[in-house]
Design a binder for this molecule. Structure first.
Ligand SMILES: Cc1cc2nc3c(=O)[nH]c(=O)nc-3n(C[C@H](O)[C@H](O)[C@H](O)COP(=O)(O)OP(=O)(O)OC[C@H]3O[C@@H](n4cnc5c(N)ncnc54)[C@H](O)[C@@H]3O)c2cc1C
Length: 407
């Protein structure tokens, strides 16, 4: 079998000591750490030739970063000595310890890492799939549409702009509101904010899960004059008429609202094939995993991390950064017939961009307790240095540190 430096030849049937499903943030981070720990015979399954650093898409939509800076070739990130099988997983059989491939092959494993991310369910809101990308409807959740967000923001001088948060678990819970603040600050600087009605639709009764950041965000919303529709959802889109249906979940009342710009975040769930697998857990079909060890309780040779894992914390790349060393510690210990003590505490982080040069850094754990990475720095208030950190430092940490298993 060709392993130099990373082979991509098609597979009929093969076996690897470690199979990683998904070569995104979580998959590459785990592969790189396993190689650093001296583990061999690893295969990464991923059909995509492109790897995305998704946190930059907020800034792409806000006109603060070119899309290109969020993209690298998948091949350039596969660690040396790791086999890249450029195919999609289609099913997993945990009893047989095999993964079936969309192309018809089968890959056996001793250890399996589930990291295929989540699925964007554009079709779950009637009219959204038809309207997205034109008719004034956009979303930073896809690289296809993030540049259109900026086109719409740049071109708007008056009218109604609607931003929505879905009523499902989602990746980066702050992203639906960050783009509203980037837009508002841009319009304020252009002197047109008072001619634009801004509406933010969210299913929760509060702007954020953790009270200290909720308070700070309430001030931001007030500063920009954004109307917040709490406990509400966008339930239909009519792109041709430029109208949205907003349903108030408390009363069931439906309102039709005309829009000029709509930044809509689609409902999200586990990929369909994961939902159908024996590993699926909970209403959205995410993979069952112990919240501290990230091991599947029924099949301890299977680990899940990243967006696909059913964990009671926010799904972010920052969470993956803390999950990946835990997966590797437990897997390497298991390979030696031992147990590891390392535990994931639910750490996640949301860089809440609140203006074109300001940010709040929300970091917390399973108990929603602030878990600050910069102890001496007041990240409860908006800061310019934190915006610089997000725009310039974090991408470098990602490409050079996280994707090489150093961070
Ligand atoms: C707009 C936006 C803003 C964000 N902002 C932030 C932020 O500021 N901070 C932060 O920490 N996080 C942020 N995130 C979230 C972060 O990007 C994700 O949480 C992170 O990428 C999750 O990593 P993952 O490996 O689980 O999934 P992904 O990185 O999405 O990778 C999944 C991989 O699996 C592959 N795959 C899919 N299906 C299959 C299959 N069947 N077989 C094999 N491979 C498959 C895909 O091709 C992909 O390469 C943001 C996300 C978005 C969309």
């Amino acid at each position: 079998m060709d392993l130099s430096p990373h082979s991509t030849e098609p597979t009929g049937s093969a076996h690897h000591r470690v199979v990683i499903v998904g070569g995104g943030t979580a998959g590459i981070s785990v592969a790189a750490r396993l190689r650093r720990a001296g583990v061999g015979d690893i295969a990464v399954l991923d059909p995509s030739g492109t790897h995305w650093y998704q946190p930059l898409w907020t800034l792409v939509g806000g006109g603060q970063a070119p899309l290109e800076t969020s993209r690298r070739s998948e091949e350039s990130l596969i660690p040396d000595g790791v086999r890249w099988i450029r195919e999609a997983a289609a099913a997993v059989d945990p009893d047989a310890r095999t993964v079936s491939l969309a192309g018809g092959g089968l890959v056996g494993y001793d250890y399996l890492v589930m990291a295929p991310g989540l699925q964007l369910d554009w079709d779950k809101i009637p009219g959204l799939a038809e309207a997205i990308g034109h008719d004034g409807v956009t979303s930073n959740y896809s690289p296809e549409y993030a540049p259109y967000t900026w086109e719409l923001i740049k071109g708007m001088r008056s009218g109604t702009a609607v931003f929505s948060h879905p009523a499902t678990p989602l990746k980066c819970g702050g992203a639906p509101q960050k783009i509203a603040y980037l837009a508002a600050d841009y319009w304020r600087k252009q002197g047109v904010l008072d001619k634009i009605r801004m509406v933010f639709v969210l299913p929760d009764p509060k702007l954020f899960k953790v009270p200290v950041w909720t308070k700070a965000l309430e001030k931001v919303v007030e500063r920009y004059g954004i109307e917040v529709r709490y406990e509400s959802e966008v339930t239909a889109v009519d792109g041709a008429r430029r109208e949205l249906t907003i349903t108030d979940k408390k009363t069931g009342t439906e309102e039709t609202l005309g829009y000029d710009l709509a930044h809509l975040v689609p409902p999200q769930s586990a990929p369909d094939w994961v939902k159908k697998s024996p590993l699926a857990d909970g209403p959205y079909g995410f993979v069952k995993a112990d919240k501290h060890t990230l091991r599947n309780p029924d099949h301890p040779e299977i680990f899940a991390l990243g967006d696909v894992a059913n964990l009671p914390t926010s799904k972010t790349g920052a969470a993956v950064r803390k999950q990946s060393p835990v997966v590797v510690a437990h897997m390497v210990a298991a390979m030696k017939g031992a147990e590891a003590g390392k535990k994931y505490d639910g750490y996640t982080s949301c860089p809440l961009v609140t203006a074109r040069d300001k940010m709040l850094l929300a970091e917390f754990d399973y108990d929603l307790k602030p878990a600050k990475s910069f102890p001496g720095v007041n990240t409860f208030k908006e800061r310019r240095d934190m915006w610089v950190f997000k725009r310039y430092v974090l991408p470098a940490v990602y490409w050079r540190g996280m994707m090489t298993g150093r961070v």
